[in-house]
Design a protein around this ligand. Structure first.
Ligand SMILES: NC(=O)CC(=O)C(=O)O
Length: 280
């Protein structure tokens, strides 16, 4: 099919894991009821976002949260990009996104590869690397609609990752993410439009809804950007479901009209990934 419906779920995340899991499941059901075939949940949807929370909310995969995601995908018959959860594996913690197909089968696991370590004086200092380890693989999955490249939040700042995905055939890039009140207004939309127009792909992000009393305040504004670089759907700060009908014919038209792929000067520069750097 040339068109399919995507939903991004900007959900309210609380400190009660069970509440977050059941909320995610019912929002996925609601999105499917509105015709969504691919649904994206936010970064850290089962736990508050912060280095002090990761170890106590961390789970093995498979575990409670990923089992709930698998059931949610199956009961709603959707492709489900399960935001991210703190994952524990062999004594290390990761910020991990799992993707399930409409039969509830695990399609991929992406561990955030660029950790969010920044220091903006007087504004925000955040060091994910104090508690998390980075993933080491690039991650794409196939649906009947299109190929999808997966990154988590800070991964969106690295243009090379998006380029590698699009050159491997991705037409949609999804980034569960939680920008904040400093970097959100400055860079969130700009980065998505940049990745979209550079690569002539759709870009979708899903953030936690804003909670002013949280230790890390999410900017919200989950959105979908088209291959022309236009924002086609966008949430505000509150909990919301955002829908977009993605049109692969439109994507092909944009690529034909502005044929940068064929015009690239491969004789002057190159972009490479490490052998074994791909999870699928
Ligand atoms: N939270 C993140 O991983 C990234 C972020 O907030 C930013 O890049 O800014």
């Amino acid at each position: 099919p040339a068109e399919f419906r995507l939903a991004v779920v900007q959900m309210k995340v609380t400190s009660v894991k069970a509440e977050n899991l059941s909320r995610a499941r019912s929002l996925v059901k609601e999105a499917a009821g509105q015709g969504a075939q691919l649904v994206v949940l936010p970064e850290c949807f089962n736990s508050p976002y912060g280095t002090s929370f990761f170890s106590s909310y961390a789970e093995k995969i498979p575990g409670e949260s990923t089992q709930t995601l698998s059931q949610a995908a199956k009961e709603s018959r959707v492709y489900l990009v399960g935001g991210s959860i703190p994952e524990e594996d062999e004594g290390r913690l990761y910020n991990t996104c799992v993707v399930f197909g409409p039969d509830g089968e695990l399609l991929l696991k992406h561990r955030k590869i660029h950790l969010f370590d920044i220091d903006v004086p007087g504004k925000i200092r955040f060091q994910e690397s104090e508690t998390l380890s980075p993933g080491n693989t690039l991650s794409m999955f196939q649906t009947p609609f299109c190929q999808v490249g997966v990154g988590i939040c800070y991964d969106i700042r690295f243009a090379e990752l998006a380029q590698l995905y699009s050159r491997k055939g991705a037409q949609l890039l999804v980034y569960p993410g939680a920008f904040n009140m400093t970097t959100g207004p400055a860079h969130w939309e700009l980065l998505q439009r940049a990745r979209a127009v550079d690569n002539q792909v759709y870009v979708a992000t899903a953030a936690p809804a804003r909670e002013e009393s949280a230790s890390y305040v999410s900017w919200g504004h989950s959105m979908v950007v088209n291959p022309w670089g236009e924002v086609v759907s966008k949430a505000g700060p509150e909990e919301a479901l955002v829908y977009a009908d993605l049109d692969l014919q439109y994507l092909a038209d944009v690529r034909r009209q502005i044929p940068i792929t064929a015009q690239r000067r491969d004789d002057l520069y190159a972009l490479t990934s490490a052998p074994g750097g791909w999870s699928s």
